[in-house]
Design a protein. Structure first.
Length: 433
C-alpha cells in the first residue's frame, strides 16, 4: 500500500511526519509524494494561525476530491485544538490528534477492515509523559530535525499552542542518545534540536537544553548541532556558559521576539522586556564568535498603536537581526486575546508587515554582504547539477561549483559574492577534496 504526507507548520510537525512515515515504512508501506496516487493521504496540520487552518481544510478537501477512492487522514494540531471543527471536516476519513501519531498504523488497519469513519481525538492531560518517538533517517538528508520537547506552559495571550500541544514534557537523555546514534549511522551529519518550547527542555527534570546539546556533540560522527526556536527568558547565564563548551554547537540563535514594545509584550503575556531581550542578544554575541540572531516578529496585535509599532520597528533596526520572520496578528478563538477584540484593521496590519519586511530585508542584505572575502566552513546538503549548496555554522546559505560529489562534507570556502535575488552567498572551495 502507498501513503503520502502533506505537512503544514513547524519543524516539530516535520519531525512527527518523519516518525509516522517510518512507522508505515516498517509496516510495508511505500511512502510517495502527495502529488502521486496513494491509498492514504495524511494531512499533518498546523493551527497557529487562521491561515494554517484554512490550508488544512483546503488540502483535506483537495485530496478527497482528487482521490475519492483513497482515505484521507487528518492529524496534527488543528484537531487537537479545535476538535469540533475537525469533526465537521467530513472529507477526512480518519481524524486523530498529534497525541496519537504513534498509533497511526492501528487507525489505518481499523479503517481498512471496517471502512467506517474514525474520529478519535485524545486530549492532552496534565502530567502526560513525553510520547515515545524516535527516527533513524530524515528524508534522505544529511541534516535531521530531532524533537526533544513537546508542549508549552507559557499561555501567551494570542497563542493556542498550549491547548494544541499540552504541557511541557521532555525526551529522556538516554533515548536521545540512542536516536542520535541511529541517525549518525545512517549518514546524518547535523542535528537540529526542536521542540514546541525548546528552551524549556528538562523542566521538572534533572537535565536541561545544554545536556541535550552535550549528548549530540559527544557522538563522533555528528559534525554540527543546531538549536531550534528559543524563548528569551529561558536562556540564562548558566545555560550560555554551558553551551559555550561545545565547538560543534552552531552559533545561530532563533530567539522569539514578537514585539520590541514593552506595552505590547505585556499585553501578549510575554515574560520579558525589550531591554532584557537586548541584554540577552548582547550576551550571545559576546559569547559566540560570528553569532547570528534571527527572530519572529508580530505586527498588529489587537490594540497595537502606530507608536507601539514604530517602537518595535526601531528595536528591529537596533538589534540588526540577520533574519526576521514577519507576520500579522491572527486572532485565535479560545485564547485570552480573542476576548478583547481586534482594533487593528487588516489593511493596517498588511501595511505594517510590509514596512517591517522591507526594513528587516535591508538589514539582512547588508549582513549577507558583510561575509564577502571571508573564509568559512560550509556543510554541503544539496546539489543541482554541479552547483552545491550548504550552510555555514551561523546559517549563511552558500553555493559553490564542484565536479566532485561534496554532499555531507564540511569544507573551507571563500565567499566571493552575494546573489540578492536568490538570497545566497557564492564562493569557491579552498579545502583539499
Amino acid at each position: 500500500m502507498k501513503a503520502a504526507f502533506y505537512t503544514l507548520g513547524c519543524k516539530v510537525n516535520q519531525y512527527e511526519t518523519e516518525y509516522m512515515a517510518e512507522l508505515l515504512k516498517k509496516a510495508g508501506f511505500e511512502i510517495v509524494s502527495p502529488r502521486e496516487e496513494a491509498d492514504f493521504y495524511i494531512v499533518n496540520s498546523c493551527t497557529v494561525t487562521a491561515t494554517a487552518d484554512r490550508k488544512t481544510r483546503q488540502n483535506v478537501r483537495k485530496y478527497k476530491r482528487n482521490h475519492p477512492d483513497s482515505a484521507v487522514i487528518l492529524t496534527g494540531c488543528m484537531p487537537q485544538a479545535f476538535p469540533g471543527d475537525a469533526e465537521e471536516l467530513t472529507d477526512a476519513d480518519i481524524v486523530i490528534s498529534n497525541k496519537s501519531d504513534g498509533d497511526i498504523l492501528k487507525y489505518i488497519n481499523e479503517y481498512t477492515l471496517n471502512k467506517k469513519r474514525i474520529i478519535d481525538i485524545e486530549k492532552h492531560e496534565k502530567g502526560d509523559a513525553f510520547s515515545e518517538c524516535s527516527i533513524d533517517t530524515f528524508s534522505e538528508r544529511i541534516r535531521a530535525f530531532v524533537k526533544i520537547e513537546d508542549g508549552c506552559d507559557r499561555f501567551c495571550s494570542y497563542c493556542i499552542i498550549p491547548i494544541a500541544r499540552g504541557r511541557v514534557r521532555s525526551k529522556p537523555l538516554d533515548v536521545l542518545e540512542n536516536e542520535i546514534k541511529e541517525l549518525a549511522q545512517n549518514g546524518i551529519k547535523e542535528i537540529v534540536l526542536v521542540g514546541i518550547n525548546l528552551s524549556a527542555y528538562g523542566k521538572g527534570e534533572n537535565f536541561n537544553i545544554a545536556d541535550a546539546v552535550r549528548v549530540c556533540c559527544e557522538n563522533p560522527d555528528i559534525l554540527r548541532v543546531r538549536l531550534g526556536s528559543l524563548e528569551p527568558d529561558h536562556i540564562t547565564d548558566e545555560i550560555i556558559s554551558e553551551l559555550k563548551k561545545y565547538d560543534k554547537l552552531c552559533p545561530q540563535f532563533h530567539i522569539s521576539l514578537q514585539s520590541g514594545c514593552d506595552r505590547t509584550l505585556k499585553n501578549m503575556n510575554r515574560h520579558y522586556t525589550a531591554d532584557e531581550y537586548r541584554q540577552l542578544v548582547n550576551k550571545l554575541r559576546n559569547a559566540f564568535e560570528n553569532a547570528t540572531i534571527t527572530t519572529d516578529f508580530m505586527v498588529g496585535f489587537h490594540d497595537e498603536t502606530e507608536e507601539d509599532f514604530k517602537e518595535s520597528l526601531d528595536f528591529i533596526k537596533e538589534i540588526a537581526f540577520e533574519k526576521v520572520h514577519v507576520f500579522p496578528y491572527s486572532e485565535r478563538k479560545g485564547t485570552s486575546a480573542s476576548k478583547r477584540g481586534d482594533s487593528v484593521t487588516k489593511s493596517e496590519k498588511e501595511e505594517r508587515a510590509a514596512k517591517a519586511i522591507a526594513e528587516s530585508e535591508a538589514i539582512r542584505i547588508e549582513n549577507m554582504k558583510s561575509n564577502l572575502g571571508k573564509t568559512v566552513k560550509v556543510l554541503f546538503e544539496s546539489n543541482n547539477e554541479c552547483t552545491y549548496q550548504g550552510y555555514t555554522k551561523n546559517y549563511i546559505p552558500v553555493t559553490v561549483k564542484s565536479d566532485k560529489d561534496i554532499i555531507g562534507k564540511e569544507l573551507d570556502v571563500i565567499i566571493e559574492d552575494y546573489d540578492e535575488k536568490k538570497d545566497v552567498c557564492t564562493g569557491s572551495i579552498i579545502s583539499n577534496l
